[in-house]
Design a protein around this ligand. Structure first.
Ligand code: IMP
Length: 200
């Protein structure tokens, strides 16, 4: 590994530089953009650890963060997120990642082919672990599943998720996504928490 990369991946000791455990570079970039506005910097560690089987994304994030903190002993963040489609009773939900890998956005469109009720939400659960324990920050954004796929920016289900109040999916609205996505909201909530903490 080149020296520059080794330095970048070093575990941070500064409490305002926090580890974010994710292999997803898009998630990292979105989180970094939000946290910068709160003066919090993050370092990516490309492993979330073993995910437990649970029907709650909060629980998945909490357990991963707890296990990771036991291992690394530095303040760290783990996020778990998913797409919850109302007419599919919340599916793919906690299975979002696996379902995306198997059938992609096209699979979701096929499942909803005859469906008029297209409401959905993205939810993000962010677990922060430090010496005081674990705290969960949650963010959600409501919207609709598009009738067709629009490729563009972002990742995952962005090409088929139209946020409420807009007519295009996140893939065509990167600036909008940066402000009002489930992830932006969860990380902003964490950023406010860190701001308050630094003033205590
Ligand atoms: P996990 O949080 O790594 O378990 O993955 C959740 C899955 O939900 C991702 O692999 C994506 O398929 C999907 N997902 C989560 N957040 C987003 C997002 O912001 N845009 C599009 N898809 C997302």
């Amino acid at each position: 590994m080149p020296v520059s990369l080794r330095v970048k991946n070093r575990i941070p000791q500064n409490p305002r530089r926090i580890l974010l455990l994710t292999s997803n570079l898009h998630k990292f970039a979105e989180a970094q953009t939000i946290l910068k506005t709160f003066g919090v910097s993050i370092v990516r560690k490309p492993a979330k650890g073993i995910e437990i089987q649970s029907d709650s994304i909060e629980e998945v994030a909490r357990v991963c963060a707890k296990n990771a903190y036991r291992r690394f002993r530095v303040p760290l963040l783990v996020e778990d997120s998913g797409l919850f489609v109302q007419s599919l009773r919340g599916f793919p939900g906690v299975y979002s990642s696996a379902i995306y890998d198997q059938v992609g956005c096209a699979g979701i469109l096929r499942l909803l082919a005859q469906e008029r009720q297209r409401s959905a939400k993205f939810v993000c659960a962010l677990a922060y672990a430090d010496k005081n324990g674990i705290r969960i920050f949650r963010g959600a954004v409501r919207g609709q599943i598009a009738r067709r796929l629009v490729r563009g920016a972002g990742f995952g289900y962005d090409p088929v998720f139209i946020p409420s109040g807009y007519s295009k999916p996140f893939s065509a609205l990167p600036k909008v996504k940066a402000k009002l996505s489930h992830r932006a909201r969860a990380f902003a909530s964490f950023g406010r928490f860190m701001e308050k903490k630094s003033k205590r």
